[in-house]
Design a protein around this ligand. Structure first.
Ligand code: ACO
Ligand code: OAA
Length: 371
């Protein structure tokens, strides 16, 4: 047996959903640059789940269904009010709340295609309400009900802050959602597929995926980037901080990628947004520090920034609490997880690789009194 550590380069499934070829990312054959400039997040959801773009009526129907299913069971709100909300990380709360949603869904274990599509809508519709309700309750505020006349990105910001977001904010947030929606067989998507390949239910699959996204080597990196930016604090401090980290062989969060070599095509969109939003906010230092970090890191190592690097200053500029950055990634990636779960069900086989055993050889059991 030979082991490929971290399964690097192993092709573990076929998929029609997204592809990364020669550092180009596509969703169902549409270049991410094209989608980032032109598509609404709702169109991307439809695309990932149906493998084609919606027509006008189909898009309206999806928007209506998402709006109609956006409210949370009251028990989840009550649960947030009960537990020590100020002490938990929102990703832990999100993981638990999404799992709880399954308890209030009578179709949770109904596995036919139509039931799975209905669950998909419910999950995608409710995840913004979970993240925003959590955020408000921990600030002593009441959750805000979604508005039926608002789109997905607009509603998220509205439910979070309680006021109507500007057009610039809506467009920036929509673009961030589009950019994060799917990414081939990343760790959380693979986790979701492994889970449902046992023919477990969709709630189990996305709950497992949220757990995998939480880690700082994956989705958790966007929060870690902001922590680093705050630690550095000024443009003057960047050089010493980064050189010191690299000299000590420490990782710089938001850099490097398992698949991309020349660079992550999503990063340039987030870089542009970071420039625009930090300027608009009168806090250009976050962008200036970020570009200086990029210059320094790339001058020393072939490690371009990934999607998490500039998303940190983008979300910060939108006034979003730093520990909500990864939950927001989950709000978007829910669409990709669901697409992969549906695809896995369609052509399922249990995912069960092997491990090379490197433990002790055969041993004889020793009774406890003799140990
Ligand atoms: C949405 C996403 O999940 S995007 C990724 C988000 N994660 C991060 O930004 C965390 C920082 N980056 C990393 O930890 C890695 O680059 C990963 C996890 C993304 C990819 O990891 P892998 O493909 O396993 O690469 P691995 O960690 O083995 O690194 C290979 C080499 O590059 C170095 N390296 C990789 N990333 C970084 C980094 N961010 N900073 C400094 N050095 C790095 C490693 O130290 C290692 O060096 P060595 O060969 O001298 O020991
Ligand atoms: O693909 C990966 O390994 C990580 C990533 O960029 C993502 O999930 O968006």
């Amino acid at each position: 047996m030979s082991v490929t550590k971290g399964l690097e380069g192993i092709v573990a499934t076929s998929s029609s959903i997204s592809s990364i070829i020669d550092d180009t990312l596509t969703y169902v054959g549409y270049d991410i640059d094209d989608l980032a400039e032109n598509a609404s997040f709702e169109e991307v959801i439809f695309l990932l789940w149906n493998l084609r773009l919606p027509n006008h009526l189909e898009l309206e129907d999806l928007k209506n269904q998402l709006a109609a299913n956006a409210a949370l069971p009251n028990e989840i709100i009550e649960y947030f009010k009960m537990y020590p909300i100020e002490k938990v990380h929102p990703m832990g709360a999100l993981r638990t709340a999404v799992s709880m949603l399954g308890l209030y869904d009578e179709e949770a274990d109904v596995m036919d295609d139509q039931a799975n599509l209905r669950k998909a809508i419910r999950l995608q519709a409710k995840i913004p309400a979970i993240v925003t309700a959590f955020s408000r309750i921990r600030k002593g505020l009441e959750p805000i009900a979604p508005r039926k006349d608002f789109g997905y990105a607009q509603n998220f910001l509205y439910m979070l802050n309680g006021n109507e977001p500007s057009q610039v904010e809506i467009e920036a947030f929509n673009k961030a959602l589009v950019l994060h929606a799917d990414h081939e067989l990343n760790a959380s998507t693979f986790t979701a597929r492994v889970c449902v390949a046992t023919l477990s239910d969709m709630y189990s699959g996305v709950t497992a995926a949220i757990g995998a996204l939480k880690g700082p080597l994956h989705g958790g990196a966007n929060e870690a980037v902001m922590k680093m930016l705050k630690e550095i604090d000024t443009l003057e401090n960047v050089e010493a901080y980064i050189n010191n980290k690299l000299d000590n062989k420490e990782k710089i969060m938001g850099f490097g990628h398992r698949v991309y070599r020349k660079g992550d095509p999503r990063a340039k969109h987030l870089r542009e947004m970071s420039k625009r939003l930090t300027d608009m906010n009168g806090e250009p230092k976050w962008y200036e520090m970020s570009t200086k970090i990029e210059e320094l890191v790339t001058s020393r190592k072939p490690l371009p920034p990934n999607v998490d690097f500039y998303s940190a200053s983008v979300y910060h500029s939108l006034g979003i609490d730093h520990d909500l950055f990864t939950p927001i990634f989950a709000v978007s990636r829910m669409s990709g997880w669901i697409a992969h779960i549906l695809e896995q069900y369609e052509n399922n086989r249990l995912i069960r690789p092997r491990a090379e055993y490197v433990g002790p050889g055969m041993q004889k059991y020793v009774p406890i009194e003799e140990r």
